[in-house]
Write a protein that binds this ligand. Structure first.
Ligand code: SF4
Length: 332
C-alpha cells in the first residue's frame, strides 16, 4: 500500500503537513458564524486575574517555568477596560494585517494567569465585554486543569452555545513526578476530570504540553502527547480539539531562572525539531495544532537561546517534514 502524505493546506503556495489552526479556520469559517473565510487573529489579553498556584489556595511561587506575567508576555492588560485593551491589540496588529487588505476577525484570547479564577459574575462581565467588541467572533480562555467550578462551567457552556469558544488547559506533562518537581500543583486526574466535563458540554479543549521539562526522557514526552491525543471517553472518534506543543523556555523572573539557571532544555534546534516531528506523527490528523514553537520575548529569554527565532524554527520544521516525507498523524 502506498502511503499518501496528508497535505493540510496548499493555499499561499504552502504545502503544510500539519493541521495548523490557521488552516483549519480557512475551511471552517461557518463555525465562527462567518459567511466567508476571513483572517482570524488572536488578541492576547491579561484579564487581571491571578492564579491559585500563586496566591496560596493551591500553591505558592507558581509553576517553575511561569513568567511574572503569568505566561502571557504578549498580552494587553485588560483588567479594567476590555474594549480599550482589545483596541490596543488591534492597533498593534494592524500593521501586520491591515484592514484594507485583509478581512480580519478576532478571537479574544484570555491568556495570562488563570482565566477561570474569579467569581463567575466577574468572568461573565469580562467575557461578554470581549465578545461585544467589534469584529470579535469568539473566545479562547486559558486556565489550569483544576480550576473549573460548576458555575464557571455553566457560564462557559452558555457562551459556547452562542459563540465560538475553546478552553486551553495547561497540562504540560502527564507525569505526576514532573508535575511535582515543577510545582504545577495539579495532577493528571484533575486534567482528565476537566476534559470530561468540558467535552460533556460540547466545549472544545486545547491541551498545552511543554517539551523539554527537566527529568523527562524523549519517550516520556511522547507518552504525554500520545495520552493527550487519545480518544475521549467511549466515543472512539472524539478527540481534543487542539494541541499546543512547544519547547520549555527558561525566562527571567521564573522560578527556574533562580533554581536551575543553567538548565538547557535542548542542545540544538535540530534536536527539538526531531522530537517535535516524532510527536506530530502520533497526533491524529483531526487535532488542530495551535503552537509548535515557543514565543517568549527575546528580552526575557534565557534558554534555549535560539527559541526566539520563531520564523526560522517554523520554516525548518515544515522543510524537514517535506524532506522526510512525513506528516501529522503518519504513525497514529
Ligand atoms: S498555572 Fe499558569 S499562571 Fe499559574 S503559575 Fe502555572 S503557568 Fe503560571
Amino acid at each position: 500500500m502506498i502511503e499518501q502524505p496528508i497535505i493540510f493546506d496548499t493555499s499561499d503556495g504552502q504545502q503544510l503537513r500539519i493541521n495548523m489552526i490557521n488552516s483549519w479556520f480557512k475551511n471552517h469559517y461557518e463555525e465562527l458564524g462567518l459567511d466567508a473565510p476571513a483572517k482570524i487573529v488572536k488578541l492576547s489579553l491579561d484579564g487581571g486575574f491571578t492564579c491559585p498556584n500563586r496566591d496560596g489556595s493551591k500553591g505558592t511561587g507558581g509553576c517553575l517555568f511561569c513568567s511574572e506575567s503569568g505566561s502571557g508576555d504578549m498580552a494587553s492588560r485588560a483588567a479594567d477596560d476590555i474594549e480599550h485593551a482589545l483596541s490596543k491589540q488591534i492597533r498593534l496588529l494592524s500593521e501586520k494585517w491591515p484592514a484594507d487588505k485583509y478581512d480580519v476577525k478576532y478571537l479574544a484570547y484570555f491568556q495570562s494567569h488563570t482565566n477561570t479564577y474569579a467569581p463567575v459574575e466577574e468572568l461573565r462581565v469580562k467575557f461578554e465585554a470581549a465578545l461585544a467588541a467589534p469584529d470579535v467572533v469568539g473566545l479562547a480562555i486559558a486556565t489550569r486543569p483544576d480550576c473549573l467550578p460548576d458555575d464557571v462551567l455553566d457560564l462557559l457552556s452558555e457562551l459556547n452555545k452562542k459563540t465560538f469558544l475553546w478552553v486551553e488547559l495547561g497540562l504540560q506533562t502527564i507525569h505526576d513526578e514532573t508535575a511535582r518537581a515543577m510545582n504545577l500543583c495539579h495532577t493528571l486526574a484533575d486534567y482528565d476530570n476537566t476534559v470530561r466535563r468540558l467535552t460533556a458540554h460540547g466545549i472544545r479543549v486545547v491541551t498545552h504540553l511543554i517539551l523539554g521539562l527537566p527529568g523527562e526522557s524523549r519517550e516520556m514526552m511522547l507518552e504525554s502527547v500520545r495520552y493527550a491525543c487519545r480518544p475521549i471517553g467511549d466515543a472512539s472518534e472524539s478527540f481534543i480539539f487542539g494541541l499546543k506543543l512547544h519547547m520549555l523556555n527558561v525566562v527571567r523572573g521564573s522560578g527556574m531562572a533562580q533554581s536551575m539557571p543553567d538548565y538547557i532544555p535542548f542542545d540544538s534546534m535540530e534536536e527539538y525539531i526531531d522530537l517535535l516531528i516524532a510527536a506530530l506523527e502520533i497526533v491524529p490528523p483531526e487535532i488542530t495544532l495551535h503552537r509548535i514553537s515557543g514565543d517568549a520575548p527575546r528580552s526575557t529569554l534565557i534558554a534555549p537561546e535560539w527559541s526566539y527565532k520563531k520564523r526560522t524554527i517554523l520554516n525548518n520544521i515544515h522543510r524537514e517534514m517535506r524532506q522526510r516525507n512525513t506528516w501529522q498523524g503518519r504513525r497514529v
